[in-house]
Design a protein around this ligand. Sequence first.
Ligand code: ADP
Ligand code: MG
Length: 391
Amino acid sequence: MGMLEAEDRTDLLVAAFERLTDARPTVFGRAPGRVNLMGEHTDYNAGLVLPVALPHGTRAAARARDDGRVRLLSLQQDDAFVGDLADRGPGGPTGWTGYAAGVLWALSREGLPVPGVDLVVDSTVPLGAGLSSSAALECAVGAAVLGLLERPVVGATAELLVRAGITAEREVVGAPTGGMDQAVSVHGTADHALLIDFEDERRRSVPLQLTERGLALLVTDTRVSHALVDGGYGSRRDDCEEAARLLGVPSLRKATLEQVEGLDDDRLRRRARHVVTEIDRVTATVAALETDDREALARLTADSHASMRQDFEISCPELDAAVAAAVGAGALGARMTGGGFGGSAVAWVPTERVDRVVTAIDDSFAEAGFRSPQHLLATPSAGAAWTPVVG
Ligand code: ADP
Ligand code: MG
């Protein structure tokens, strides 16, 4: 099984756009998926996260219409959306078009003069793999609209794009996500991870220097879809809120490990312990990267996976197998990443061992009778942008 490449599919995208409209697009919006290196289920607990923007992303080809109509098409889905600007908000389209139409709605609610539009999207991020194809879709669509309005994705406009993606996902699609995905899809930079503190929304780019260190970030999509267990994410959120309420703190960010260990309810104690220790692991991971302390990096990564498996209970046999096989074949460390219940694992792998690790994971999946996984290299990449179509 080869690597999933972040290929350039401009020709396919433009051809589909021309079939839909008999015209060429005037702008391309683009936004990446992401892989989180540390800090799972911490964003909605006012905690820390450390994601990286992937080279894999979503592109949106767009052209304004002067009749206020909206047509949305995806090369990854069969159903299209055709409607008016007015039908875009909550209670509007369901399914994938909710993410895209929801962004148009959210941007106009922010006061932007969003025009009617023909829009076609195409993605190299696998859907539902825990690599945030949803934020890539939202931010690519939003970036395309900003392109139509000739507003560069910088400063306050970049913040507006992050908010519009979050609003679409929370209020239109109804997915209670925490905000990490859109932030890194917009603010990711090449060669860096993005440290985000959700207590005060502060962000800082952390240099990864993977090439200099001779390391690669190998992502393995188990192809177990987390959508199958809808509700797991929300129930973890509820547990965290309940634990914070019992401890009398505004969020688990404000709880100490000692306080958490005093919770009577075993489930809530373990949920809260994951969050509190995971937030500390983000800070420690940044420190380990800054001092090139590989032993610490390895330990923190292993501890994070164990915490998600045992305390937060969001892993699954496929993720555990990918992590064990990666470490067994010489990865420095590996952990599940994303919301859990399937999705992907991420491993820090010395470059010369990538092939060996990939083979070991594939073999262990074959032996266990799991579906073949899919791998990709997470070369840290830039966030959302738009470009005019030339010619
Ligand atoms: P993840 O963000 O981890 O990939 P989600 O369940 O949050 O998983 O989002 C996946 C959903 O996003 C898909 O089921 C689909 O509705 C929508 N989606 C993402 N990318 C695309 C795309 N390129 N075309 C159409 N829909 C997409
Ligand atoms: Mg998502």
